[in-house]
Design a protein around this ligand. Structure first.
Ligand code: UDP
Ligand code: MG
Length: 136
């Protein structure tokens, strides 16, 4: 049975800054993801705080929100069979040092904080995160 899902992907400021946007989009397309929507924006720190609210008690929360709002990002809705899990696999581990060969974070991630991409971690959160960036 087919299980087409949508997930939210973000190309983070470190990757946009290094002009990796097109390379990363090609990786998604080559792996069979359809880019249904995309939006290049810079968000306010207060919006980053909302987006990452689940992490508000973590020691890295403030730096994380500063960082996500520090420059332009590309938010995308990706669609594919089992898109949420498939995107997480393609991104690789949160810390690029732990990411497997062939993953985006292994290839482009600089550090645990500058790890180039975000991806929703569940179907439920994907809906919330897509709504966050593409409510209109
Ligand atoms: N992060 C960080 N330090 C940490 C853990 C996470 O700076 O010790 C950042 C990192 O950029 C990560 C984001 O916080 O992508 C969200 O963390 P999460 O655990 O949700 O990782 P992800 O889902 O992005 O793999
Ligand atoms: Mg996460």
């Amino acid at each position: 049975m087919s299980n087409i899902e949508q997930t939210l992907s973000i190309i983070k400021p470190d990757a946009i800054e290094r002009n990796l946007e097109n390379q990363i989009k090609e990786i998604f397309k080559n792996k069979g993801f359809k880019i249904i929507k995309e939006k290049k924006i810079q968000i306010e720190k207060s919006e980053a705080e909302k987006f990452y609210k689940v992490h508000e008690t973590k020691p890295f929360y403030n730096d994380l929100c500063e960082y996500l709002s520090s420059g332009p990002i590309l938010a995308m809705v990706l669609e594919k069979e089992n898109a949420v899990l498939k995107n997480r696999e393609l991104m690789g581990a949160t810390n690029p040092e732990d990411a497997s060969e062939g993953t985006i974070r292994k290839k482009y991630g600089i550090s645990i904080d500058k790890n180039s991409v975000h991806g929703s971690d569940s179907v439920e959160n994907a809906k919330i995160e897509i709504e966050f960036f593409f409510k209109d």
